[in-house]
Design a protein around this ligand. Sequence first.
Ligand code: ACO
Length: 379
Amino acid sequence: MTAAPVFDKGLANTVAAETQCSFIDGAKGVLEYVGYDIDSLARNSTFEETVFLLWNRRLPTKAELDALCAEIRAEYDLPEGVWQAIRATPRTAHPMHMLRTLVSMLGMHDHEADADGADANRRKSIRLLAKTPTIIANFDRHRKGKPFVRPDASMDMATNFLNMLNGARPTAAVAKALDVCLILHADHGLNASTFAARVTISTLSDMYSAITTAIGTLKGPLHGGANEEVMHMLNEIGTMDNVEPYIKGRLARKDRIMGFGHRVYKAYDPRAGYLKTFAKQIASDTGNERLYEMSTRIEDIMKAEVAAKGIYPNVDFYSATTYHSIGIDLDLFTCMFAFSRISGWTAHCMEQLVGNRLIRPMAEYTGPHGLTYVTIASR
Ligand code: ACO
């Protein structure tokens, strides 16, 4: 202990880790991965290259990128026991419950699950990253009564995922849209799920446990679950005429509008800005203009009502329209977030393990003291 502990509800003013993965300036609306602005990565990079960047803190050469892609593709397939587990999963299960459980199960099939050392953790990170999309897409097929589509190692991650999900190769434009979403969601400082992953790995548990922890944390509607809630909200609103009464009614009741506000950004979330342009294009290409128009109307009303409080659209707001336009079911949206964020979670875990110290804050006890124990028969 070096200083008197300070109670900081929600840890909003606590710096709990050092990182070289991503930098956020919430006041200016800046996000960088390893020093590269998110906008330049979304425009020029690929998800696989972004993974290399987060794991190695530099951009790869062509040979290095090809080698990483080959390693990832070699791990797309699942252990037989996990294919069986997908078949045994209730079709009614929420995809995030399914994902948390089956990612945890991957650890039981990995002979290196408890191996420590940087090389073993990198191999496990590759497996987690490569196998998660196979689980998500094939669970969706299972619950719809469709046969599995095995992964295809000739395809990049975004193309392979959509090929498994839909049983047909996506157009290059749709695969690109997903690839950009994956880049934008890859890392984001010490958000709740990344913190949870770092806490777990700091106990010297294992990568599978850390990522399972993170998936459970991401699921909440105040975090990654918000993109699904945004889509529910758009469906509930239904028509343009209903946008204004719906949003103003919620604000009057002090209900939150999902997809708005952020603990760190008090300016426009730069990912939302990029996704807005993207959502417009993909919505118009796929006949979903109405959703996009409803979204911009919500944004206008929110701007007039609450922008003064620093509440703007966050990454989840326009990703809902984008994922819907790509043809992804709304209850898979948070799984899509996890698919991407595994890159950041694993990067943070590997970073945490260098010079690790157990993460263990304190609680301020507010209960009674000195009570006399009364036996159960006398209570
Ligand atoms: N809609 C309406 N009002 C809001 C919203 C919102 N979405 N978000 C914050 N506010 C208001 C609060 O009511 C509060 O107002 P008050 O000061 O008058 O009481 C003020 O803004 C501050 O809110 P806090 O809860 O203190 O902000 P905090 O930093 O704890 O919350 C959070 C951040 C949880 C993201 C919040 O903005 C929220 O609930 N948003 C909706 C859920 C969402 O979209 N989550 C995704 C976040 S991005 C991500 O995880 C990928």
